[in-house]
Structures are given as C-alpha cells and as structure tokens.
Design a protein around this ligand. Sequence first.
Ligand code: ZN
Length: 151
Amino acid sequence: MQTNTQEEAIARLAHCLKQAGHRLTPQRLAICRALIESENHPTAAEIFERLRPAYPTMSLGTVYKTLRTLVELGAIQEIGDAGDGAEHYDVNLHPHVNLVCTLCNSVRDMDSAAIEQVADEVERNSGFRIRGARIVYYGVCPDCAGNGGSR
Ligand SMILES: [Zn+2]
C-alpha cells in the first residue's frame, strides 16, 4: 500500500467522524491511522497495544468506542473473529474475500471478480445499495501449510 493512498484512507475515516459530529481528538485520529497502517485486519486490542506507548492515557474502551462508531458510520467493517475470539476490523469496503487462517489467526484480503459480480447482481436484483459485505473463508494459509508461500 502506498503512503499516498494511506493518507487518503486516513482522511476518509477522519472525514466520516467529523461529518457525524464527532470531535477529531488526537486519540481518535491516531486510532484511524493505526487502523489504516496495520494491514493485517487489527483487533481493538492490537490497536490499543500499538498506540499505548504514544498515548498512555488512552483506554481500550476509547479504542472500542471509536471502532464501533466507524462501523456504525459504514466507514469500516467488522469481519468477525479469526479463530482468536476477537473481532477484527477491515477498512477495505470494496467487495472482496477475507481469508482467515485458523492456525496463525491471520486475515488476508483477496480480490475476486466473482465476488464483485455477486455484489452487482445483488444490487441489481434487490435494489439495495450495498455498503459492505462480509465474506470470510476459513482455512490454513500457505505459510502454515508449509508451502513456503511468498506472503
Ligand atoms: Zn497461517
């Protein structure tokens, strides 16, 4: 992911919060930044741990609340737990597949033309304007399977 794109993505989240009337505190902004910069679908606890050194007064509750707000605003998505019992968050709203490894609990994105077609078809046939989707496959990633995958 390019830095430019990251800055745009952070600005998008900040804009959503502001539009909804939330004050853009340094902590909230830092949470948005951590969400974008952490490419592996972080949990609230991971974001909290990552930000704690710089924001010692921040609580896990603040992280949760900010993430909840972003989910409610449709700015990010919850993708459920990755076999680790914790909710993971995804900033990619484009229809895609999430691949969860049940051994290392990693979550990867995979673009799929077929999934995009399904989203198109659903919109056409239902009249829904799709704002998000959760498509999660559970399995064992190439690294854990010992295939020596490059990622
Ligand atoms: Zn794995």
